[in-house]
Design a binder for this molecule. Structure first.
Ligand SMILES: [Zn+2]
Length: 287
């Protein structure tokens, strides 16, 4: 769920690069003659994405006069293929984020470019940079090519949606052992109900709670001995101070990180601060 600046280059630049070393001159002539159709498709996508209406674009939307297979091959054999001139644009898109992380989950390295509107159903956007976002393989598999069921189900789009203006990710410690913490979306975090539903659906679709729980389990294993030592010192204020310090350190450019939500919950949960660390660590940790 990472926000990225829109790609600075145009679809026309990509298309020109794709055809720059084509040997089929008839195909080159055809593609050049359809340049304005590519521009129209680009503008259609942009206007629908701005209004969160990508689901309204009809399936099999293509470029008139060009076979769908040709459009798909522009991506497969030119834009994404190592050694091709257009591959430079693929690499630029992969490098759009500072840390090269997946834009859907935010916590695994991006492995590939995902077609927001699947190229199998929307070949007109196969080389449209606005439709191509860095994603990890795991999220790419979860996403599948199904069309969105409506506005509320359109995944958060990294070039159009900014969901870092407000805090919406929360953690909830289950007050029992072994240690278990769950992550959820605060549906009341914004008055924009449509956006909140989209965040919730995105969160569920990409199974982010499961992923964040695993990371949180690793984190608690790493810090539990230290925290218990502070707790056994008999000073619960010192424990809270330590957790508050850890929370502040996790406050970076992204507000909605599992780390910030994790420390926010631990530093404010009375049961964790006063009771849990009385227990044996082996009963707190699984296994
Ligand atoms: Zn991912």
């Amino acid at each position: 769920m990472r926000k990225l600046d829109k790609p600075s280059f145009t679809q026309k630049e990509i298309l020109d690069s794709c055809i720059s070393n084509m040997t089929d001159l008839n195909l080159v002539t055809l593609l050049v003659s359809k340049s304005s159709e590519f521009d129209k498709a680009y503008d259609l996508y942009n206007s629908h994405a701005i209004s969160n209406d990508l689901h309204l674009i009809a399936e099999n939307h293509s470029i008139e006069g060009i076979e769908q297979n040709v459009l798909k091959k522009l991506y497969k054999d030119k834009l994404s293929k190592d050694g091709q001139p257009a591959r430079i644009y693929y690499n630029h898109l992969m490098d759009l984020s500072l840390d090269s992380m997946c834009t859907a989950c935010g916590y695994r390295p991006a492995d590939t470019l995902d077609h927001v509107l699947a190229q199998t159903k929307f070949p007109a956007f196969s080389i449209n940079p606005l439709n191509l976002v860095p994603m990890c393989i795991a999220c790419n598999k979860k996403k599948n090519s199904d069309k969105s069921d409506g506005k509320d189900f359109n995944a958060i789009h990294p070039y159009y949606d900014d969901i870092e203006d407000f805090l919406w990710l929360k953690a909830r410690l289950e007050e029992e052992v072994p240690f278990e913490i769950n992550f959820e979306v605060d549906e009341l975090a914004s008055e924009d109900k449509e956006l909140m539903k989209r965040i919730c659906n995105h969160f569920d679709k990409f199974a982010l709670n499961k992923m964040y729980r695993i990371y949180a389990g690793t984190e608690i294993s790493a810090i539990i001995y230290d925290l218990q030592e502070i707790f056994n010192g008999g000073n619960s204020t010192a424990l809270k101070d330590e957790l508050d310090r850890s929370k502040r350190k996790r406050k970076g450019i992204y507000k909605n990180t599992w780390q910030f939500a994790f420390y926010e919950e631990l530093s404010t949960n009375e049961w964790f601060l006063n009771e849990m660390l009385k227990l044996d660590i082996t009963s707190i940790l699984k296994g």
